[in-house]
Design a protein around this ligand. Sequence first.
Ligand SMILES: Cc1cc2nc3c(=O)[nH]c(=O)nc-3n(C[C@H](O)[C@H](O)[C@H](O)COP(=O)(O)O)c2cc1C
Length: 355
Amino acid sequence: MAAHSESATAQRKDAHLDLCATAEVEPEINSTLFDDLRLAHCAMPEIATDDIDLGMELFGRRLRYPLVITGMTGGTERAGEINRQLAALAEHFGVAFGVGSQRAMHEMPSRTASYQVRDAAPTTVLIGNIGLVQARGIGVDGVRRLMDAIGADAMAVHLNPGQELVQPEGDRDFRGGYRIIEALARALGTRLLVKETGCGIGPDVARRLVECGVSHIDVSGLGGTSWIRVEQLRARNAHAAIGQAFAGWGIPTAAAIAAVRRALGDSPTLIASGGLRTGLDLGKALALGADFAGVALPLFRALESSGPAGAHEAMEVLLGGLVRVFLLCGCRNVTELRARPRLITGELKEWLAMF
Ligand SMILES: Cc1cc2nc3c(=O)[nH]c(=O)nc-3n(C[C@H](O)[C@H](O)[C@H](O)COP(=O)(O)O)c2cc1C
């Protein structure tokens, strides 16, 4: 039984990678709602690109850019190679890197090496990863062991009830979540990150997480990779139909970030992932209140289709675009960008009126 479920986890991860590499895993009906935000142009910026300082500290390390390559994979040889290449990319650009769920490593310790990328990223932020339901199963000590085994600076606990509910073999019992988060926050302190996986964390959940002692949240909202869609594409019959119906479920990334920041003030540290595809998206996420932007699918796809050089180029385009947002707004740093006049229209305005 154990052997079956162990190989099932690794097989599922490979199937996920295949789907994410080529299939339509970003349903067109979904939007981050960044299009509903306009930042005021500044025709006379009176600054040089050299004046723009986007450096930030995260989990005790200094980053050159406020960007996290969010957790994707691990557990197979192929996944290990992806982790190694993306970690090296993160090190080169001075951004943070997260490995994917370490569940496969917990089930099969022989897979540990596929998550061990510290040698490829010796100085930048490295983040471990485990699902909430698995964290509840293995407890605080188990989670800490996963983090320490890869020399991570912090541990991300991911929330994915939408995905689980579409997986035929997925979890159906989400009770006790806040209890394990509270225990983890007590044990790991500021080294704990709680993230969604593309359906968004709203102000109600964020507030309770902060009350549990959580200091870092990645809202990971709707508008990019949809795990409900990924599972729909893997599923047959009833689960495929359920996935089809729910592929647009979630809180758009722009709405999640603005609402959580407004509800909770300066703390916690916020990461915004979920559908950020251009440097302009990154800049808008920061303007709405994120401390860091997060990107997953585009860098994985660039690596799959064009190798490390392609991923390098994709990163240059993203970060180059981000710097240009600051230049065109005449802003030297994130504090100045947040103070810039902006226009919020359409559905984003309606979401913010609701929260
Ligand atoms: C191939 C792939 C695998 C992923 N696996 C994980 C995972 O194991 N753990 C996790 O927390 N998030 C996982 N995610 C979710 C991302 O970290 C991110 O929250 C989400 O995809 C939204 O970002 P994006 O639209 O830029 O892809 C994965 C995403 C992709 C594309």
